[in-house]
Design a protein around this ligand. Structure first.
Ligand code: CP
Ligand code: NVA
Length: 327
């Protein structure tokens, strides 16, 4: 398998075999890290991280993975660079590819990261856009594999706003990898029709099913994985909270919903999560709407069925695999 110099912009650009290869590589790096076996295979290389939105997991994963591989890192925060303000994406790409061996980009529209890649001569990695979050899905799949021993044939249910990066990328990943994917939300939150039709044909090839359900209990039946994400994503207006809460409250992952799934079902979330009121936004929203949690109950989040922190750790191992494979 040779992925050298390939961009990692969305899972649609990769075959099931290539995704499987990245998962195996990540598992191998994870073992090396646990065993204390050094793997500085990219010594002398350097990467740039562009973040136009905030991040904890993705930034820390790219930085740590780069250090483990022996690379140097420059972090460009939303206010520290000229990107988009004084310098176009195309110019930025050509400048940075003369200096660095890889570029990570987190920001708004997918077309920005696609343009960056078009003009860059070094690999570009998507660290999250409005439409896709492909490195997150690698971590999710590695975690599912560790939990169940395989990903093909797993029943994976996503609850919440399915029009955004997480549900889009999960739907693509699942349909490529033979994972049965159910979207559970009110109809107006179903993903883009064009993407659904692409995924349906991918699912035919892999043997996966793609299902749309408005009844949470029905969706949870026989599920291995119950997955959710924040109801309002980065970059969206604060004003949409009220409508989201009204629409999505029945789709919150509760203990009752978990018990409608398989006995060995797990809870997953890309994080950050509003499972209590111990955050600035969580407490503001909670107080305003009289809620003690949003997309997931604290009892589920803190339960033994919750594998969210293993999932978060796997961000680092999988991002390392993407960089090692492409630089
Ligand atoms: N899951 C995820 O991408 O987290 P961050 O926003 O903290 O990077
Ligand atoms: N949908 C969320 C994912 C965060 C990792 C967002 O875009 O804010």
């Amino acid at each position: 398998m040779n992925l050298k110099n390939r961009d990692f912009l969305k899972l649609l650009d990769f075959t099931a075999q290539e995704i499987e290869y990245l998962l195996e590589l990540a598992a191998d790096f994870k073992q090396k890290k646990k065993d204390g076996v050094p793997h500085k295979i990219l010594e002398g290389k350097n990467i740039a991280l562009i973040f136009e939105k905030t991040s904890t997991r993705t930034r820390c994963s790219f930085e740590t993975a780069a250090y483990d591989l022996g690379m140097g890192v420059t972090y460009l925060d939303p206010s520290a660079s000229q990107i988009g303000k004084k310098e176009s994406i195309a110019d930025t790409a050509r400048v940075l590819s003369g200096i660095y061996d890889g570029i990570e980009y987190r920001g708004f529209e997918q077309k920005i990261v696609e343009e960056l890649a078009e003009y860059s001569s070094v690999p570009v990695w998507n660290g999250l856009t409005n439409e896709f979050h492909p490195t997150q899905i690698l971590a999710d799949f590695l975690t599912v594999k560790e939990q169940f021993g395989h990903i093909k044939g797993i029943n994976f249910v996503y609850f919440g706003d399915a029009r955004y990066n997480m549900a889009n990328s999960l739907m693509v990943g699942c349909s490529k990898m033979g994972v049965n994917f159910t979207v559970c939300s009110p109809e107006k939150y179903f993903p883009d029709k064009e993407l659904i039709s692409v995924c349906k044909s991918l699912a035919k090839e892999s043997g996966a099913s793609i299902r749309f359900e408005t009844d949470p209990e029905k969706a949870a039946e026989n599920a291995h994985v119950l997955y959710t994400d924040v109801w309002v994503s980065m970059g969206e207006s604060f004003d949409v909270w009220e409508e989201r809460i009204t629409d999505l409250l029945p789709y919150r992952v509760t203990e009752k919903l978990m018990s409608a799934a398989r006995a060995d079902a797990v809870f997953m979330h890309c994080l950050p999560a509003f499972h209590d009121l111990k955050t600035g936004i969580g407490s503001e929203i909670g107080q305003k709407f009289g809620l003690d949690c949003l997309e997931v109950e604290n009892a589920v989040f803190e339960s033994e069925k919750s594998i969210v922190f293993k999932e978060a750790e796997n961000r680092m191992h999988t991002i390392k695999a993407v960089m090692a494979a492409t630089v």
